[in-house]
Design a protein around this ligand. Structure first.
Ligand SMILES: [Zn+2]
Length: 182
């Protein structure tokens, strides 16, 4: 996970990009115990192999994010279903990704927009039953209010292999209302 030098969370980075930061001496500071060792070439004089130890949280010099500016997570089906915990927000049952659809609370045909605040996960059955109606018209009340995840929530929802150090750090940055802070 990469931070800017002020500790603002930027994004997940893969180990290759992380290695580049270390190799370019662009790492300002790190958090957590080393989680991966990358081996390099062998020094011809000493016969020793070089290696770089990667840390789970890396703050880099240089590129900084503007203060207070939090990117909006892009609205993909994968991110949407993760936000709703793979529940259909009409019948409350949990489904696999293949069985879920993106439902527009206010239908697009009625001027509803394709935004985080107007879309929910819905199973095929509920989506076709609701059809081109609002939840009120269809007598299908929503089980939760759709919201735009914060950037931090998005990072948590988009990675299924978060290390304990990373999770602890991200949780300190969650908005107070977040259901992910539990
Ligand atoms: Zn359903």
């Amino acid at each position: 996970m990469s931070l800017d030098a002020h500790g603002r969370v930027l994004d997940w980075i893969n180990w290759q990009d992380a290695t580049c930061l270390y190799a370019r001496d662009a790492v300002a500071w790190t958090l957590g115990d080393p989680c991966l060792t990358v081996r390099g070439g062998t020094n011809r004089l000493t016969g020793q192999q070089s290696f770089i130890e990667l840390h789970p949280i890396v703050a880099s010099r240089g590129h900084a994010r503007a203060a207070g500016l939090s990117p909006t997570p892009s609205l993909t089906n994968q991110a949407l279903f993760a936000r709703d915990d793979h529940l259909c927000l009409y019948c409350g049952q949990q489904f696999s990704r293949q069985l879920l659809t993106r439902d527009h609370v206010l239908p697009v045909s009625k001027g509803g927009r394709d935004t985080w605040e107007n879309v929910v996960s819905a199973c095929f059955h509920c989506n076709s039953r609701k059809a081109n109606r609002t939840p009120q018209q269809a007598h299908m009340p929503l089980l939760a209010v759709p919201y735009r995840p914060s950037w931090i929530e998005h990072l948590i929802l988009s990675n299924r292999n978060i290390l304990a150090d990373q999770m602890a750090f991200l949780k300190t940055h969650l908005p107070k209302r977040s259901r992910l802070s539990a």
